[in-house]
Design a protein around this ligand. Sequence first.
Ligand code: SF4
Length: 206
Amino acid sequence: MDDKELKQIMEEGFNAQDYFCDARPRVVTPVANKIVRKFYNWAQANSLWILAFGTGCGSIELPPLYTARYDVSRYGIFPRPTPRQAGVFIISGYLSVKTLKRVIRSYEQMQNPKFVLGLGSCTVNGGMYFDSYNTINRLDYYLPVDVYIAGCMPRPEALIAGFNELKKMIKQGKAEGANQYAENFDWYKANQKKIIKDWDLPEYNW
Ligand code: SF4
């Protein structure tokens, strides 16, 4: 931003809409060279930086992962503080409509390659809140889920098994959630808008 633009902002005031990117997400095609592609996949699978969105009670099982007993850092799994630094989004439990809005925004701010882990039965089918007026039942109607970890609540061992499953999929080039989101963007947006009544998000806001 040069001085002229800065001066203009100071005079006219800050308009947040001007600073969102409204470009649609794009499908990322894998590198053609098989050896390079395998190397990329291997590197990605062993460098899972997570954004843990503690939406529900299942999030209480996340902190033990970083303790000496489970020590997931030995698998290349680290927590990150912002969506822009993270590659794995963990939705840890039930999701209210209000929270879904923030979750969508956080997901869209993450850079590719990115993956989603649905933690707990609530993300699969609503769990014990299946008939609540204010929670969603199926996370994959709104965001692409690469791996579900069922249970109420899943123990850290189950989480580690889920990470291993995700690693396997990444190595095989089968963790395609972000591409699925880009390919079916209109379908996801329609589902999101159907449930979020006060839709005041830009169409795409990374
Ligand atoms: S699956 Fe169970 S532990 Fe997880 S958010 Fe739902 S009710 Fe809570």
